[in-house]
Design a protein around this ligand. Structure first.
Ligand code: HEM
Ligand SMILES: *[C@@H]1O[C@H](CO)[C@@H](O)[C@H](O)[C@H]1NC(C)=O
Ligand SMILES: *[C@@H]1O[C@H](CO)[C@@H](O)[C@H](O)[C@H]1NC(C)=O
Ligand SMILES: *[C@@H]1O[C@H](CO)[C@@H](O)[C@H](O)[C@H]1NC(C)=O
Ligand SMILES: *[C@@H]1O[C@H](CO)[C@@H](O)[C@H](O)[C@H]1NC(C)=O
Ligand SMILES: *[C@@H]1O[C@H](CO)[C@@H](O)[C@H](O)[C@H]1NC(C)=O
Ligand SMILES: *[C@@H]1O[C@H](CO)[C@@H](O)[C@H](O)[C@H]1NC(C)=O
Ligand SMILES: *[C@@H]1O[C@H](CO)[C@@H](O)[C@H](O)[C@H]1NC(C)=O
Ligand SMILES: *[C@@H]1O[C@H](CO)[C@@H](O)[C@H](O)[C@H]1NC(C)=O
Length: 499
């Protein structure tokens, strides 16, 4: 009898999403199209089979790790719903039977037919954990103190630009709801609010969406984003040039995480959220007004070249290190080649050569690759953000000025995952992007003192004269604030957070 049941059970398990409880009458329909985008330039996710075999070798449990952590910048629509817990007992009692079945683990995102209608992830601020009476020290001071702590001196933010919700004390957690349509996202949010039965209120929300048509996968300045995330041992197979990083840099308690943590925190990750406004018309005007002077290029191409050198990639995604003067869309669309560079070139001195890529380029600032010996393995993040806000309007484009209408604000809903915020996001912003050595990062750098529009003076942007300083009078990226969160494993939600 028992043997006869085995095949039936095996089939049933394979067809069901994880955590089928009686409440999975809410079981999502089977998807026929992905909730993720897949522009050619971005590394493909491992197949479910590849990931199962790699994770088994590394001892990672992909059904225990929330799905957003390892997949990178691939969401089509994503709502960040920040909430306040107003009845913690009720919230905790609804978490296990009500919410947990909706939480999407990594394993469910790797094949279209296992994806839910809307992928749901959930993360808590320190204030949120405290509200739930979870008093264990997770071993991360940045998380424990919250992002607003010393934010001017650490990250360089001017806090008067912060959204009041981020500056206040009401954000206890965030739901990340990802799908291919906003309708789906809205429906899932309603479902969650009903399940939580009034135990939370909205503190703030931000709707992200991939940009339209041929801009899909590009951030608002126009550059393809999400190409150079690290490969993670136990999850992804490295592409040529892709650094391979221990899972413990992103997941607590895994190989490479040396901090002592409570056992239940294993397989969780710290989520650094930032709402980064982008002043797109101002950026475009700057490129036109400061276009480079390569005689072989048109004025438009010289403006594009300046932008590419500030970023380190062309808008297509092609790395300027490999194609310094002209864009190469074929190279850009080839993941076997578009990350295979390290700023080192035979016959050129790595310590002085900026003919290929400026030292100050955003890409090189945030990951110097061969510029550090041995290549850095300590300061890595997985970027998983998404653009927010509408396209530039004709009026803004014509005036060269971003509208002050809040409904026209656009930018990047920046998300970085790491197991140590002060070695991950905060390190990259404070010690590399804001570092005046070679000039601060022309995209995201600030003076590090919390002042707006302090002139920045990167050198190296002009290949004809690398000593020439092109002064940037204005910030093109303005921090509107953010918070640090902990994205717990599914078992932590079940056994520690829920009651
Ligand atoms: C609105 C703000 C930002 C914009 C428009 C932006 C844009 C980009 C673009 C277009 C790329 C190249 C695509 C790729 O290689 O994936 C990139 C790469 C990267 N960015 Fe940003 N970014 C922003 C904020 C940040 C912040 C705040 C950080 C961290 C403090 C950061 C860290 C990185 C890193 C680590 C890389 C990959 C570098 C490499 O591995 O070669 N970015 N960014
Ligand atoms: C993997 O995680 C899931 C979800 O928490 C859990 O049910 C399962 O027992 C775990 N598997 C192993 C082998 O630990
Ligand atoms: C919290 O919810 C529980 C369960 O519904 C209820 O008994 C209790 O009165 C609520 N507490 C407050 C402060 O509203
Ligand atoms: C989704 O919900 C938001 C907030 O309630 C609303 O503004 C928006 O119109 C809704 N979108 C759709 C497509 O239903
Ligand atoms: C909470 O649940 C009860 C019982 O199902 C229901 O009557 C009530 O309307 C719910 N309240 C909220 C705010 O969802
Ligand atoms: C312009 O093209 C000519 C002919 O190919 C080449 O010799 C020269 O180096 C180019 N100039 C620049 C600045 O790239
Ligand atoms: C940089 O990449 C080249 C080409 O792949 C390789 O030969 C070289 O060893 C790398 N340099 C460093 C310092 O990693
Ligand atoms: C912005 O305006 C310029 C002319 O001022 C035009 O060439 C360009 O196409 C416009 N860009 C967009 C995105 O509308
Ligand atoms: C916008 O900037 C461009 C480039 O500097 C300039 O040609 C144009 O006159 C500006 N438009 C306005 C309305 O200032």
């Amino acid at each position: 009898m028992r043997l006869a049941f085995v095949p039936f059970l095996a089939v049933a398990v394979a067809l069901q999403p994880a955590f089928c409880t009686p409440s999975s009458v809410l079981k999502p329909r089977t998807r026929t199209n992905s909730l993720l985008i897949s522009p050619a330039a971005l590394p493909a996710l491992p197949s479910a089979q590849q990931a199962a075999s790699a994770s088994a070798d590394a001892g990672l449990n992909l059904t225990n790790i929330q799905g957003d952590i390892l997949i990178g910048m691939k969401k089509n629509k994503e709502l960040f719903f920040f909430f306040t817990i107003i009845n913690s007992t009720l919230f905790r009692s609804q978490l296990g039977s009500g919410i947990l079945p909706l939480i999407t683990p990594t394993s469910q995102l790797l094949a279209v037919d296992t994806q839910p209608t809307t992928a749901v992830n959930l993360a808590f601020s320190q204030r949120g954990l405290t509200t739930l009476d979870i008093t264990d020290d997770l071993g991360d001071t940045a998380f424990a103190n919250g992002q607003i702590d010393n934010v001017a001196s650490i990250l360089g933010d001017e806090t008067s630009n912060w959204e009041s919700a981020f500056a206040g004390t009401s954000i206890h957690g965030v739901f990340l709801l990802a799908s291919d349509t906003v309708d789906n996202v809205n429906a899932t949010l309603s479902q969650i609010q009903a399940l939580l039965n009034g135990s939370i209120t909205e503190a703030y929300s931000l709707q992200g969406q991939a940009r339209p048509a041929d801009q899909q996968g590009h951030e608002h300045f126009g550059f393809m984003d999400g190409i150079s995330n690290p490969a993670v041992t136990g999850f992804s197979t490295p592409l040529p040039g892709q650094q391979v990083i221990d899972p413990g840099l992103f997941l607590l308690g895994e190989t490479g995480d040396t901090v002592t943590r409570p056992a239940w925190a294993k397989d969780g990750s710290f989520l650094a959220f930032r709402q980064l406004q982008q002043r797109v018309p101002e950026f475009n005007k700057f490129l036109v007004d400061n276009a480079l002077s390569n005689p072989n290029l048109t004025a438009d191409q010289n403006a594009e070249l300046l932008g590419a050198r500030m970023m380190g990639r062309w808008k297509s995604g092609a790395p300027v290190d490999l194609t310094p003067t002209v864009d190469d869309p074929v190279l850009a669309a080839d993941p076997q080649r578009n990350n295979n560079f390290n700023y080192s070139h035979p016959g050129f001195d790595l310590d002085t050569d900026q003919t290929h890529c400026p030292f100050s380029a955003h890409l090189r600032k945030t990951n110097p690759r061969a510029g550090l010996t041995p290549e850095n393995t300590a300061n890595h993040i997985i970027r998983a953000g998404i653009p927010y806000g509408p396209e530039v309007t004709d009026a803004e484009n014509a005036s060269n000025v971003s509208s002050t209408d809040p409904s026209l604000e656009r930018g990047l809903a920046f998300v970085a995952y790491q197991s140590d915020i002060n070695a991950g996001f905060a390190f990259l912003q404070q010690f590399w992007a804001n570092n005046a050595g070679y000039g601060v990062d022309p995209i995201i750098g600030t003076d590090g003192l919390g002042q707006p529009d302090v002139p920045r003076s990167p050198s190296g942007l002009d290949p004809a004269d690398p000593t020439r300083i092109i002064t940037i009078e204005q910030d093109f990226v303005v921090s509107r604030g953010g918070e640090y969160f902990f994205s717990p494993s599914l078992s932590a939600i079940q056994n520690t957070l829920a009651i």
